[in-house]
Design a protein around this ligand. Structure first.
Ligand SMILES: CCCCCCCCCCC/C=C/C(=O)SCCNC(=O)CCNC(=O)[C@H](O)C(C)(C)COP(=O)(O)OP(=O)(O)OC[C@H]1O[C@@H](n2cnc3c(N)ncnc32)[C@H](O)[C@@H]1OP(=O)(O)O
Length: 346
């Protein structure tokens, strides 16, 4: 842990090669979170010493052929880590400088703010894809971060989000929708881009002109009708071009406005230093907010989710121990470890 001049603690996970969460690392995290609270730090930023992995999630070695007592302590320590981090009264942010699967995503979603490095990294709760049901409180962490519907789809599909997807969700309207209609007809001498309103107003003006004879007016209206029907694609393209130009003139970012944000991460950064700076900026937002009021408001906001685990802690532990001790799960863990080893040797 390093505390900067502003009193913000930067906590770096440092368990090579992939910061997998074993009992020792979880205990060290818990002690550090207690220190941050005791020192009355202004806030805490979690990051990783690895250049490519924030955290690979739970250390599978803790669950494979486990010692029963250690396994129980491992799970209770993980619960403690989550209760301390999710329930921390001080501001928390994650500078996610690499992959964050499963338990890695849990740490990130337990924080209040997330900045992830742009690049080929992924983040998400992949448990379902591994044949495991994520415990309620782990599901709650995601549901607390992104909209319920997207959380349900992500959890049931074991979705690992790319950085871009984590920031945004699927597209609906906007620039990409326009692209689906084909390339817009750009400005030219024959067809300058005009809004549909401009075209109709001009025709109406012509038709209402006292100089216009009735038969000429009818001919013109018929011509307009034919034009609207046969040239509808061009008209739509022109309307889109017109809209895009207007948005650009008004400095409106249509690319961003057209996409729905999933918000699993709040911002991206080019490197770790920038990610930490952005996290600090988030924490400094609370400089003028009384810290007691802030902390209590956060805890009330998160209370329901925290209380659910506190009430069901023993049952949750028993469920985990029963699951891990199943021969079928032990077999899956063995296969998964072998697969990871094989992949790392390639
Ligand atoms: C199957 C799980 C059953 C769990 C049973 C019940 C649990 C209920 C609780 C549910 C809540 C949380 C669950 C979890 O967190 S489970 C862990 C899920 N994590 C993953 O699936 C990530 C696996 N790792 C990776 O995908 C990659 O390692 C990663 C993208 C993170 C990094 O890739 P990179 O190429 O940089 O590194 P390598 O893959 O080469 O790995 C290097 C060495 O590290 C070992 N490794 C990786 N991840 C783990 C891990 N989670 N636990 C232990 N060891 C891990 C890997 O085998 C390599 O080892 P060697 O160098 O010795 O070959």
């Amino acid at each position: 842990m390093a505390v900067d001049n502003d009193g913000i603690a930067v906590v770096t996970l440092q368990r090579p090669p992939v910061n997998s969460l074993n009992l020792d690392l979880l205990q060290a995290m818990n002690n550090t979170f207690d220190d941050v609270a005791k020192n009355k730090s202004k806030g805490m930023i979690l990051t990783s010493a690895s250049p490519t992995v924030f955290s690979a999630g739970l250390d599978i070695m803790e669950m494979y052929k486990p010692d029963p007592k250690r396994l129980e302590t491992f799970w209770v320590t993980l619960q403690d880590m989550w209760l301390k981090l999710f329930g921390a009264s001080f501001p928390t942010a994650a500078a996610i400088n690499g992959h964050a699967p499963a338990g890695g995503c849990l740490i990130a979603t337990s924080c209040e703010y997330r900045v992830m490095l742009s690049g080929k990294f992924t983040i998400g709760l992949n448990e379902t894809a591994l044949g495991i049901v994520p415990p309620t409180w782990i599901q709650d962490s995601l549901r607390h971060t992104i909209p319920t519907r997207q959380a349900e789809i992500a959890l049931t599909t074991g979705k690992m989000f790319t950085v871009d997807e984590a920031l945004k969700w699927r597209t609906n309207r906007g620039a990409e929708g326009a692209a689906r209609l084909g390339p817009p007809v750009l400005e030219g001498p024959q067809m300058p881009p005009r809004s549909p309103d401009q075209i109709l107003n001009k025709t109406l003006k012509m038709c209402l002109s006292p100089k216009m004879a009735l038969d000429t007016g009818i001919i013109k209206l018929n011509a307009l009708n034919e034009y609207l029907v046969t040239e509808r694609t061009t008209i739509v393209d022109n309307a889109i071009t017109f809209g895009i130009k207007k948005c650009n003139d008004m400095d409106i970012n249509i690319q961003k406005r057209g996409r729905r944000k999933v918000g699993l991460i709040d911002e991206t950064a080019a490197d770790k230093a920038e990610a930490i700076e952005k996290c600090k900026k988030f924490i400094k937002r609370f400089d003028k907010i009384p810290s007691l009021a802030r902390g209590m408001t956060k805890q009330i906001f998160r209370q329901e989710v925290l209380q659910k685990l506190l009430t069901n802690r023993q049952a949750d532990t028993k469920q985990f121990l029963d699951l891990v001790n199943q021969p079928k799960i032990q077999q899956s863990l063995e296969l998964y470890l072998a697969m990871l080893k094989q992949k790392s040797q390639k």
